[in-house]
Design a protein around this ligand. Structure first.
Ligand code: ZN
Length: 178
């Protein structure tokens, strides 16, 4: 993120891209249904429809530990859509779960330090004080020559078949025109 745009966003809690991600998760959350829940522990079962199918999936959201069984919340620190819907259900403001490092002030602190040294080519890296060890069990034997594909050829892969079909199609087109 460029410093100039961050300066403009200084008065926002989060920079624009973080805002967009937060809003998107809130929007997606509206498509989910909170089915079972435990108010004491703020645990919910959130049901979501699998796009393009009749199937649904259930995710377990636990607000107290900031976790969802989809794994996304733990992974990127922004409540996932399931968590957003659980927050709505429990009347909890989801912004309280946003990680501090997403705030504009955190970004500004990071970039104001200005100590970014470009990484040189790996030829210039120091030798590590250890030896990497080869695991012979993980060794894969490569055969000579080109790797063969796993797909089994069928008659459509033969150029003669395709040519014959195209010829027949053009013949059919001609007879229908008469
Ligand atoms: Zn989730």
């Amino acid at each position: 993120m460029a410093n100039a745009s961050l300066t403009q966003q200084r008065n926002q809690i989060w920079p624009d891209d973080v805002h967009h991600r937060f809003d998107k998760m809130q929007r997606l959350g509206l498509q989910h249904i909170v089915q079972m829940y435990d108010y004491a522990d703020q645990v919910a079962s959130v049901i979501t429809q699998v796009p393009g199918s009749q199937r649904s999936r259930t995710f377990k959201v636990k607000l107290s530990t900031q976790e969802c069984s989809c794994g996304q919340w733990k992974n990127d620190g922004i409540p996932c859509s399931h968590a957003m819907q659980a927050c709505r259900h429990f009347r909890v403001d989801p912004s309280v779960f946003m990680k501090q490092y997403y705030t504009t002030s955190a970004y500004l602190r990071t970039y104001s330090a200005g100590h970014f040294v470009p990484l040189p080519d790996d030829d210039e890296w120091d030798e590590p004080p250890f030896q990497t060890q080869h695991n012979p069990e993980r060794r894969t034997v490569r055969r000579r020559g080109r790797d063969t594909t796993l797909r089994i050829c069928n008659e459509m892969d033969r150029p003669q078949t395709r040519a014959r079909q195209q010829y027949r199609a053009s013949e059919r087109a001609e007879t229908s025109q008469r």
